[in-house]
Design a protein around this ligand. Structure first.
Ligand SMILES: [Zn+2]
Length: 297
């Protein structure tokens, strides 16, 4: 809950609680949605991501993998952990265990991420992504490569993927990109070059990158701004710091009221973070924080 003091012209007019226009990049700098992709991927790569996450039907045999079953040891171990962690939810006993193991097996069969082919594993190794297999960790030396180097099998990696945290988004992109490369197809959308948007006019993307916010004009007035959004004025413009302090400490401001001396100190400190002592908190808090705290109250 940030507040800051700005010095603006006495006749500065901008609606209270409305973000100053200079802080918002103009709509004209927005690109247009790419007509040919959702997220900047080629149709083939998008299809592979959908397979990875199980958003479209996936067949484990398509990567040479075998479907997980309720009695696959890592699936059963996972189900056992779930039951012992939350017996009230999952129930207890063999029937409950079977039910949960089957649910998990079905879930793990939905996507490619738990059915990698050896080519996928090799791509992850080449990208240095499977430290659990290729490295050892010690407190003294951190991660160190195993000697001689180790390449896990697809089966080992798939088992690993349901025993722990599994693959992250980086692994997904490594595997998808490597497969696109093997199949000789682009992995990014050629229409938008992977941006997911196309330029509204030639040079729009460069203009958007070059855009910088513009501060409100400076002047002799004193005004309180909030910095929770990009920034908007929250008080009238006062000719003097005392005027603003009086406004901030006006009892009519209700839950936004702050003691006169806190307001005065906050204004005197300007935008520099400083510390004030307050009877209310019996400690030291930054002026900005303190004013913010009052606003939250
Ligand atoms: Zn596109």
């Amino acid at each position: 809950m940030g507040r800051e003091i700005r010095r603006v012209p006495l006749d500065f007019e901008w609606p209270l609680n409305e973000v100053w226009k200079g802080f918002l990049s103009p709509d004209t700098l927005d690109g247009e949605k790419c007509p040919d992709c959702k997220s900047g991927y080629s149709p083939q790569a998008q299809n592979l991501y959908d397979l990875w996450f199980g958003k479209i039907p996936f067949d484990p045999s398509s990567t040479g993998s075998t479907p997980w079953r309720h009695d696959s040891p890592p699936v059963r171990a996972f189900a056992e952990r779930n039951l012992s962690n939350a017996p009230d939810y999952y129930g207890t006993g063999e029937a409950a265990l079977l039910r949960e193991a089957q649910r998990l097996a079905d879930l793990f069969n939905e996507g490619w991420s738990r059915h990698l082919a050896q080519d996928d594993v090799d791509a992850l190794i080449a990208a240095d992504r499977l430290y659990d297999f290729t490295h050892t960790w010690t407190r003294e030396n951190g991660w160190q490569p195993k000697e001689p180097s180790v390449t896990p099998t697809a089966e080992q990696v798939n088992e690993w993927s349901i025993s722990g945290l599994g693959h992250d988004a980086i692994n997904a992109s490594v595997v998808v990109r490597a497969r696109c490369e093997r199949e000789g197809v682009e992995s990014i959308c050629q229409t938008c070059d992977g941006h997911a948007t196309i330029e509204a006019y030639p040079g729009q993307r460069a203009d958007a990158e070059a855009w910088e916010p513009t501060d409100p004009p400076e002047g002799d007035g004193w005004q309180l701004w909030e910095t929770v959004s990009e920034g908007s004025p929250v008080s009238p413009v006062f000719a003097t710091a005392d005027g603003l302090a009086a406004w901030m400490s006006d009892p009519e401001r209700g839950d936004r009221w702050v003691p006169q001396e806190v307001a005065a100190k906050f204004i005197a400190d300007g935008w520099a973070p400083a510390f004030v002592s307050s009877a209310r908190t019996h400690g030291l808090v930054s002026g900005v924080e303190y004013v913010g705290t009052r606003d939250d109250a």
